[in-house]
Design a protein around this ligand. Structure first.
Ligand code: GRF
Length: 207
């Protein structure tokens, strides 16, 4: 049974998809051991509490420096004996010591087809604004392992989504969430829990 920590900053719709798919058996061999947020008022924390999952607030600005924040995160992950960290709309730069300790055990959902429309400053609606500004006809979402660069680690799963005439960033964001994010993030967690994701030469393979 893999124990996962889900890190959130906002509404938690990706977290809810994970909760629902653990409950209905789509995600097997997995327990959501803790939900961690850097925002005290993140609705995602309410979703965790409603599901009876431990919910912890760990805010970087409450600590003297980045190292103290990293210590707090690592202590919490140790406390819950975490195997896999899932970043689901988590808007904090992951401390290097956490990436080193959980090498290829931290995954992130990004709302575009990496390497397009990603990297520093590309998050939430900004991603979809960029897609529309470029005139892309296809976008989508990516689940990848987290390394020291933003939105850069080995890609695990991607799913394409059509951009439609008249789309606003909000309409496009909703379609990408519904058709891509809420499916491939749970799928990636299930595959990892089944030992079906292997990395060779920094490329992730589904076996
Ligand atoms: C989503 O757009 C997701 O792609 C991105 O952050 C947003 C968070 O959504 N990573 P939610 O908090 O899961 O609803």
């Amino acid at each position: 049974m893999q124990k996962i920590a889900v890190c959130v900053s906002g509404g938690g719709t990706n977290l809810q998809a994970i909760i629902d798919k653990v409950a209905d058996g789509t995600i097997k061999n997995t327990e959501i051991a803790v939900v961690i947020s850097n925002k005290k008022d993140a609705f995602a924390l309410e979703r965790a509490k409603s599901a009876g999952i431990p919910a912890e607030y760990i805010g970087p600005k409450d600590f003297a420096d980045r190292e103290a924040f990293a210590d707090a995160m690592l202590e919490t992950l140790d406390k819950y004996d975490i195997d896999l960290v899932v970043l689901a709309g988590y808007l904090v730069i992951v401390p290097e010591r956490m990436i080193q300790k959980y090498r290829n055990r931290i995954i992130n959902i990004h709302p575009s087809l990496i390497p397009a429309h990603c990297g520093m400053g590309y998050y939430g609606l900004k991603v979809h604004e960029s897609v529309l500004a470029m005139g892309n006809k296809v976008t989508g979402a990516t689940v990848h392992f987290v390394d020291e660069e933003a939105d850069h680690g080995p890609i695990i799963l991607q799913k394409a989504v059509e951009v439609c005439e008249g789309d606003t960033p909000e309409i496009l964001q909703k379609r990408v969430m519904e058709q891509a994010e809420w499916n491939i993030l749970p799928q990636a967690i299930d595959l990892i829990g089944a030992g079906k994701v292997k990395i060779e030469d920094n490329i992730a393979h589904i076996i």
